[in-house]
Design a protein around this ligand. Structure first.
Ligand code: MN
Length: 235
């Protein structure tokens, strides 16, 4: 986080608006100088998630799809009133006509989250996150079942999400969105929330390896969730 981001957060926090850092700041996808967004590093090798997610899929997905969203986001912001906003605030402030910003800003945020919450190692949630999962869903297994069903039944391209309620941080909930929409976008979801887990169910995320077996891909993603990172995104 640079000084400008920190000051912005501090003033928002003191005004009682933001109690915790923005997810986009934690993900490092808000760009260092706020002028241009940049493609974040994966944080692991392209083949680190194989065989669950193969290196060629990762290479195309990160290096071409995500890079394309970043490039088009910067183009859409050229001369736009929202230029200079942190990515998360930008997505929360979209107007009805901001189609290119929504698609490409969403694409940048969603993929930055997706890379971060995957890990070669896997693991299990503990502490506060596990407590909240058990309070809201009964168990990790039940949460995984709900995510599998939500992601599996999302028609066409989109995402499945585990979110934290805006009003009450104890509330966790699951939702899905179409295309590159996400739960930050007030005009696009029934209930907004802080995204903690995002599962990409666009065919480009799995088709090379899984073809039409979306369920097998979702199960593979669930085995690779980095619950430590997820806990770190929680407010
Ligand atoms: Mn994708």
């Amino acid at each position: 986080m640079n000084k400008r981001e920190f000051l912005k957060l501090s003033s928002a926090a003191s005004a009682g608006l933001v109690a915790f850092p923005l997810v986009s700041s934690l993900l490092g996808c808000s760009s260092a100088n706020r002028d241009e967004f940049t493609l974040p590093d994966l944080g692991y090798a392209l083949d680190a998630l194989a065989p669950d997610i193969d290196a060629e899929t990762m290479s195309i997905h990160h290096g071409r799809h995500h890079a394309g969203y970043v490039r088009k986001l910067n183009e859409a912001l050229d001369g736009h009133a929202l230029k200079g906003q942190a990515l998360e605030q930008l997505l929360m402030s979209l107007g009805p006509d901001d189609v290119a910003l929504r698609r490409n800003g969403g694409g940048h945020f969603n993929h930055s989250l997706y890379w971060r919450i995957l890990t070669p190692g896997g693991g299990a949630p503990d502490g506060l996150l596990l407590n909240r999962i058990e309070a809201n869903f009964g168990s990790l297994k039940k949460l995984e079942g709900r995510l599998l069903r939500a992601a599996g039944t999302r028609f066409g391209s989109g995402w499945a999400w585990l979110c934290q309620g805006d009003e009450n941080p104890e509330d966790l909930f699951i939702c899905t969105t179409e295309n590159q929409d996400n739960p930050l976008m007030k005009r696009r979801v029934k209930r907004t929330g802080r995204p903690l887990v995002g599962i990409d169910v666009w065919e480009h995320a799995y088709y090379l390896n899984y073809q039409n077996r979306r369920g097998d891909y979702i199960k593979a993603v669930l085995r690779r969730i980095n619950w430590t990172e997820v806990a770190g995104l929680m407010a």
